[in-house]
Design a protein around this ligand. Structure first.
Ligand code: GLC
Length: 561
């Protein structure tokens, strides 16, 4: 295997807070992960990605870090972490950490120092600015720019002590680090090297395409219906982003073997991704793009638009074609920020949940790129039946609700409809291990309620059932490991105008695979020639006759050409 080992790998994301609670405090922990490593090894995944486990006030569930070189006491200790890492490596898997360095927590000592005085050594480590020219600091509209934050409200927080504002693209407890400052960058690289020296195998990099900002910090365009401007042109893929990532690569990854780096990059384009992931440029191995998870929203991110399969296919096709020669895709339906895939792309009704969960898994995993499985996806876990805003815990949901209902005059029901479909807490309900209380996640009171469907949908039941979503995902992963055409084959989209069938081929040398997924509750015949003698490699339902697929059926055929 070459140094591009991750081309044939599958990554599994753990959201530690919701994975498994070993000590009964209602929050998942590292010991809980250790106890469930065989579930992951049994699935056959190659890499585990842990959402942040560092000390944190938990304002954004750990994406607000107050100490980059330790473990949050709720989750465990460095000793338990080392034990976990050894357990992962002993099973032949790797482990990557979440790197959250666009911002720290406001409780990080760096920020405490920075805010302490205008002359602090660390003042320049964050983005401090005076009030807008001619305005009284701290009064409405005096913020240095009109930017809104991702979680509602202004992106600037006034700090009385020094009479200036600091920038926070996310919550006010997540001040943005100033990457223009050389000391900030070397402190981050030192910290990364410290984790790699400890044995971790790479990083998933949180909103990493936001670290370089246009230092003139221009006002953003006002979007209809919103009280804030869109500052993103000034901080998405900013002027020095490639330089920073190349420097990071040189100072941290160069000369290390078998690492994995994946950059989370909202708003990244195919052309930019080609630059980010060209191995010759030494930036990152792959990126998380957002086009496909934004396909069912309007210009206003909180507007729901029905998902069109043709649009989804056009997006994936563009990414597959764009990175065919240079660079590499990551593939995902789900993560801790997205609603549950089966509820969004499949049909989570009792009749079709299992079939559609397997079908969407098939379509995704057979693309060219590295697939990511988010905890519970391998069980076909579904969205949660939220009733009122009191059922939500996520800072994004609460912040959006406050802004939309209290300040922009939307009705609670209208806002709740969107949050039920898109809210991040859908992904964050406890992992469903078995049919005992709280899905076997905790013996205490879970920080977020378990989905009431856990008596039917849980890991224990699926481990024993060869027809389960779990075992089907295991087969998909095995196929990637054993069939080179899945890894390296070229990609050709078929039937681009069909609103029900997702069909494509993968070809490597004389091996060709045909993949078809039926994204509908109808039986549909695919009009594709030449496959009547092909071998059926995998299907989620009884073998079809020819290319007539039952509702939510998927097929993978192989032929020699
Ligand atoms: C990323 C994370 C998300 C977090 C945000 C701010 O998008 O995935 O969970 O809220 O960055 O760190």
């Amino acid at each position: 295997m070459t140094d591009l080992w991750w081309k044939s790998a599958v990554v599994y994301q753990i959201y530690p807070r919701s994975f498994a609670d070993a000590d009964g405090d209602g929050m998942g922990d590292l010991r809980g992960i250790i106890e469930h490593l065989d579930h992951l090894a049994g699935l056959g995944v190659d890499v585990l990605w842990l959402s942040p486990i560092y000390p944190s006030p938990q304002d954004d569930n750990g994406y607000d870090i107050s100490d980059y070189q330790n473990i949050e006491p709720i989750f465990g200790t460095l000793e338990i972490f080392d034990e976990l890492l050894a357990g992962v490596h002993a099973r032949g898997m790797k482990l990557i950490m979440d790197l959250v360095v666009n911002h720290s927590s406001d409780e990080h000592p760096w920020f405490a120092d920075s805010r302490s005085s205008l002359s602090s050594d660390k003042r320049d480590w964050y983005w401090w600015r005076p009030a807008r020219e001619g305005m009284e600091p701290g009064t409405p509209g005096a913020e240095p720019t009109n930017w809104g934050s991702a979680f509602g409200g202004s992106a600037w927080e006034y700090d009385e002590k020094t009479g200036e504002y600091y920038l926070h693209l996310f919550s006010k407890k997540q001040p943005d680090l100033n990457w223009e400052n050389d000391e900030v960058r070397s402190a981050v690289y030192d910290m990364m090297n410290w984790w790699l020296d400890r044995g971790v195998d790479g990083f998933r990099m949180d909103v990493i395409n936001m670290i370089s900002k246009d230092v003139s910090l221009p006002d953003g365009r006002l979007t209809a219906g919103s009280s804030y401007g869109d500052g993103s042109p000034a901080y998405i893929n900013g002027p020095r982003i490639h330089e920073f990532l190349q420097e990071m690569h040189a100072k941290v990854f160069a000369g290390r073997d078998a690492m994995l780096t994946v950059g989370e990059m909202p708003g990244v384009t195919v052309d930019e991704a080609k630059l980010f992931t060209d191995p010759a440029r030494g930036e990152v191995d792959m990126v998380f793009q957002f086009d496909h998870v934004w396909a069912d929203r309007g210009d206003d991110p909180w507007q729901l638009v029905p998902l069109q399969l043709t649009k989804l296919k056009a997006i994936f096709n563009r990414w597959q074609a764009g990175l065919a020669e240079v660079g590499w895709n990551s593939l995902y339906w789900n993560n801790h920020d997205q609603p549950r895939a089966v509820s969004r792309y499949g049909d989570d009704s009792p009749q079709f949940r299992v079939a559609s969960a397997k079908m969407i898994g098939t379509v995704l995993h057979l693309h060219r790129g590295t697939p990511y499985v988010y905890q519970g996806e391998e069980l076909g876990m579904t969205n949660y039946p939220f009733r009122t805003i009191a059922d939500f815990r996520d800072i994004e949901a609460l912040g959006h609700y406050a802004q939309a209902v209290d300040r922009e005059g939307r009705t609670p029901e209208e806002v709740l409809t969107v949050l039920r479909a898109r809210g991040r807490d859908n992904a964050r309900t406890p992992m469903q291990w078995n049919s005992s209380a709280n899905a076997g996640f905790t013996t205490g009171t879970p920080w977020l309620a378990a989905n009431p469907n856990y008596p039917e949908i849980n890991a224990a039941a699926q481990h024993d059932d060869p027809d389960s979503v779990y075992h089907y995902y295991r087969r998909l992963i095995e196929l990637r490991h054993n069939e080179p055409a899945v890894v390296d084959g070229d990609f050709t989209m078929l039937l681009p105008n069909d609103e029900r069938l997702y069909a494509f081929t993968r070809r490597l040398g004389s091996t060709e695979l045909l993949v078809i997924g039926n994204f509908s509750g109808d039986s549909v015949t695919a009009d594709i020639d030449g496959w009547s003698d092909a071998e059926l490699v995998l299907t989620n339902l009884p073998a079809p006759s020819g290319l007539t697929l039952a509702p939510w059926q998927s097929v993978i055929y192989r032929r020699t050409v």
